[in-house]
Design a protein around this ligand. Sequence first.
Ligand code: CA
Length: 362
Amino acid sequence: MKHKNLFILGLILITSCSNDVAEKMSDEAKATQTYNWRLVTAWPKNYPGLGMAPEKIAQLVEEMSNGQMKITVYGAGEQVPAFGVFEAVSSGSHQMGHSGSYFWKGKAPAAQFFSGVPFGFTSDEINAWVYKGGGLEIWREIYEPFNIHPMPAGNTGTQMFGWFNKEINSLEDIKGLKMRIPGVGGEVFKRAGGIPVTLPAGELFTALQTGVIDATEWVGPYNDLTFGFQQAAKYYYYPGWHEPGSMLELLINKEAWESLPKHLQVIIETAAKAVNQDTLAEYTARNNRALRELIDVHGVELRKLPNDVIAEFKVIANEIMEENAAKDPTVNKVYQSYKNFHEEVSAYHAISENAFIEARNN
Ligand code: CA
């Protein structure tokens, strides 16, 4: 009996030792093996700002990892369509993706808060909410069932309302207007009487020029100039009430993420954070010069939406956000976090950023 027990004890020791050894060896192999990953995007290849953000992440990761990790970036349509990015990363056919979370409202309605919602956060505020206000934890919870680990990876700053061939003097002028406008902004546009459509970036110019759509929003002067919207529409409207500081996302397949050694995870997170900031700086630096060119060289007519139209959009936006939250507990969870943070940050920004900008401009 005694001998038998000793024998079993011995077996247990041998088995647990060999497990430890195997685990240690696999950790060592993970730490030194090379990784070749594929990243699909919702943007045209090498597109300024949006498309260059994942290219910069790939470059930083390769350099910081001393070549241990190489990420190949594909433009929209090269491997999967622009709106197939989420599914590609979720299924694991591609380890990484770069996009905007409001494209996935059909799959996860709560996702939209992490690119931006009408009258929501500016770029600075959404960074504060996501990094320091609990936003990132909720975002990861929402993407978990889809097998995706998300993180911020770029920001466009405040966008423009967009391109029109007729003037908008009242909500009447919105009625029946077919406009490319994604996310909650599109829902607001619909309730105001318009017809929102979602089209990928690469199809926008032709759709506007051929009259498939009457109007489009895209990003801001820096990006809009490169697409040549000035050749297809006369009026350029502001402010971008629908996208006050849109965040871009880096999507990582969860198993792929968990297969990485810790140091490569830290490198990816650091690269994404650096590019989140760098992209915003690029937009801030380039937008005004591009706007001057649109007006001075191309004769674009800049227009501000009438205040009462903006006020009506705001009423509708709040109604829709409340309704969406009441319908879906996940949306409600994000909405409550968003709303509390929005109230706090707006109160302080009223007497800091906003008061200062007003003082500077007057
Ligand atoms: Ca936009």
